[in-house]
Design a protein. Structure first.
Length: 247
């Protein structure tokens, strides 16, 4: 595999930004593309530094794109930066123009952890014409589904992104699943550790998807909210994408 860091200008953010890329070597394209999203406290370098992602994809005809999502929950903020558009519009277009990709939903998948687990599922539900498969690990799946009221620092920060009452709107995974285009249902998988502080939110989301008969895979494993868990289960996510997209 080849590894590179790309610095480019994002129109949506109106600033220069960076993305890490893992590229296949000694293989002929076009290639499928995996967009791999980080969590709240990290950046575009974290998957390379804390997991063996390059080794896990070394035999695949797959480009791995690891963007920076700031602390923006992969959302175009009401007051702040347009992190969703920076990836869905700017980066996807840039990668498809610059590299030998399969530029369709059948060629793109998205995966992430925690904030990025939320972002991955959100991107697929909201933009099923762009992403055909999504995996979330330890995802903050209830973000956007509950009121953001009070004076706690995180609440005040998140309220600037999504407003006081995001529930039922374009950043609510429950609402997005309910309204998802039935002709373009993406393949969805998510998992969570049984000792993770987000486990109950994942169980509720799983139960809701079963209630509305939205096809998906959900699993629980022993573990907490940490890199030892994600380094193991990212491999299952990649295999899920392989089964659904055929790379």
């Amino acid at each position: 595999m080849a590894f590179c860091e790309l610095h480019y200008f994002s129109d949506s953010l109106q600033k220069a930004i960076s993305v890490d890329l893992i590229l296949p070597e000694k293989k002929e394209g076009p290639f499928h593309t995996l967009y791999l999203l980080h969590g709240l406290s990290d950046d575009h370098t974290i998957w390379q530094r804390r997991t063996s992602i390059e080794r896990y994809v070394q035999d695949l005809s797959l480009i791995v794109v690891m963007p920076d999502g700031g602390r923006g929950f992969y959302t175009d903020a009401l007051e702040g930066m347009a992190w969703e558009s920076s990836i869905v519009k700017d980066l996807v277009t840039y990668v498809d123009t610059m590299l030998p990709t399969i530029p369709s939903r059948k060629g793109r998948c998205v995966e992430g952890l925690s904030m990025g687990g939320y972002g991955a599922i959100k991107f697929a539900l909201k933009h099923p014409d762009i992403f055909g498969s999504a995996v979330g690990h330890s995802g903050a799946v209830a973000w956007g589904h509950k009121p953001l009221l009070g004076d706690e620092p995180y609440t005040k920060e998140f309220r600037r992104i999504a407003g006081e009452h995001p529930e039922g709107g374009e950043n609510d995974l429950f609402a997005l699943a309910k309204s998802c285009n039935q002709d373009l249902i993406p393949a969805i998988r998510f998992d969570c550790g049984t000792e993770d502080f987000l486990i109950e939110d994942n169980r509720v989301f799983h139960a809701y998807l079963e209630e509305i008969k939205f096809p998906h895979e959900y699993e629980e494993f022993h573990g907490t909210h940490e890199w030892g868990y994600w380094d193991v289960h990212v491999r299952e996510g990649i295999e899920f994408h392989r089964r659904n997209l055929g790379f």
